[in-house]
Design a protein around this ligand. Structure first.
Ligand SMILES: Nc1ncnc2c1ncn2[C@@H]1O[C@H](COP(=O)(O)OP(=O)(O)O)[C@@H](O)[C@H]1O
Ligand SMILES: [Mg+2]
Length: 371
């Protein structure tokens, strides 16, 4: 647990970088500091490992004032990852990762063995061990940075905009990896970003900073999106927060229709009759092994010559599907909005159709879960 007690940083030029920060970072959780540039996130983060000394107040780790710790020893006991990874350019990947174990006197063989282990953990190929940082992509360099921070297995990890310099696709991959690692390692992570989407994705708790180094709100991502405490936080989290909040509700609870799903060998006339009985405008056509093929409109079925099988019709694309077991309501809504039929196709982990849900039914479900 990391505790900020009235921590403040005033620079001699009069800049208030951090103003009276009171906040507790829970052990084993990811806490994100988010806010616009210059709002005091980096300064607050660096108070934890004494790269910045507060001018007022205290920072404690597990109840102990960090000022009572030797700064060098403290820093070796805390992982630190920054933008552009901050790797040593003249050391190989393996030696970069082994830095802290070597400083701690583990000996070369053990430190290198640990480096190899970590490369695998963060998804680097063993063949990259002897490369130099400039021979890696930005995303790979960040992985090395994360591996180096984890090398001595520190309980606390400080990450300052670690993924801000890589392109959005690589960035999403790195975020996924961090979520996976954290499932396994349960470190106490403080993660700084200016990107609210990244904060919502990674944080168990989010601290929103406002200009002037003031803490504006400290909450779970879900509560932050549901109830921003003031106009600043509301505009910072973005006006589409309602839709974004749906990512916290599982699609599992939706009731899907199966009676409008037909195999491709079924006669168009039979499907037409079933839709008429239900007053439904669209039939989803699937293969014999339940993979989605496309949508047939009721009017199209009515026009089909007698004896036509559904598979012979010109079907509208089924769009993208959502996984009923693992996806959120946001994914289901997105699939429905993008579907030509205004209906989302729910599938199991093998991609086989479980059922469909219309925008209308989704609307009802959204209303009941979010109110
Ligand atoms: N060494 C310094 N001297 C004077 N002002 C500083 C110093 N370091 C940071 N600041 C100022 O403190 C404020 C907070 O900076 P910082 O913590 O880096 O913000 P953030 O990480 O949220 O972008 C900014 O206005 C910045 O210019
Ligand atoms: Mg910063």
């Amino acid at each position: 647990m990391i505790t900020f007690e009235g921590a403040a940083k005033l620079y001699p030029d009069g800049t208030v970088a951090v103003d009276d920060l009171n906040l507790t970072v829970e052990t084993g959780q990811t806490t994100v500091f988010v806010g616009p540039s210059g709002s005091g996130k980096t300064t607050s983060l660096r108070m934890v490992n004494r790269m910045v000394e507060p001018t007022r107040g205290t920072v404690l780790i597990d109840g102990e004032d960090v000022r009572r710790r030797d700064p060098a020893a403290l820093r070796r006991s805390i992982g630190y990852v920054i933008q552009q990874a901050g790797l040593f350019p003249h050391r190989t990947v393996r030696d970069n990762i082994a830095t802290v174990p070597l400083l701690l006197g583990w000996g070369r063989a053990r430190a290198r063995a640990r480096a190899t282990e970590l490369m695998e953990l963060v998804g680097l190929e063993p063949s990259q061990a002897r490369r130099y940082p400039h021979q890696l992509s930005g995303g790979q360099q960040q992985r090395v940075g994360v591996a180096r921070a984890l090398a001595a297995d520190p309980p606390v990890l400080l990450m300052d905009e670690p993924f801000s310099a890589v392109d959005p696709v690589v960035r999403a991959g790195l975020q996924d990896e961090l979520l996976r690692l954290q499932q396994e390692l349960r470190k106490t992570i403080v993660f700084v970003t200016h990107d609210i989407d990244e904060a919502v994705r990674l944080g168990d708790r989010i601290a929103v900073f406002r200009p002037g180094g003031r803490l504006a709100q400290y909450d779970s991502p879900e509560r932050l999106l549901a109830e921003p405490c003031d106009a600043f936080v509301e505009s910072f989290v973005g006006y589409d927060r309602g839709v974004r909040r749906l990512s916290f509700f599982p699609a599992r609870e939706l009731s899907l229709r199966e009676d409008v799903v037909f195999e491709d060998a079924t006669g168009a006339d039979r499907a037409a009759e079933a839709l008429r009985g239900e007053n439904e405008p669209w039939a989803l056509v699937v293969s014999a092994d339940r993979l989605p093929l496309g949508w047939a409109a009721a009017a199209q079925l009515d026009r089909a010559p007698a004896g036509t099988a559904l598979g012979a019709l010109d079907l509208a694309p089924y769009g993208h599907t959502f996984d009923v077991a693992t996806d959120s309501l946001r994914a289901a809504l997105d699939a429905a909005v993008l579907s030509p039929a205004g209906r989302a196709v729910g599938v199991d982990t093998d991609g086989r159709v479980v059922g469909v849900v219309s925008q209308e039914d989704l609307g009802t479900a959204l209303w009941s879960v979010t109110t």
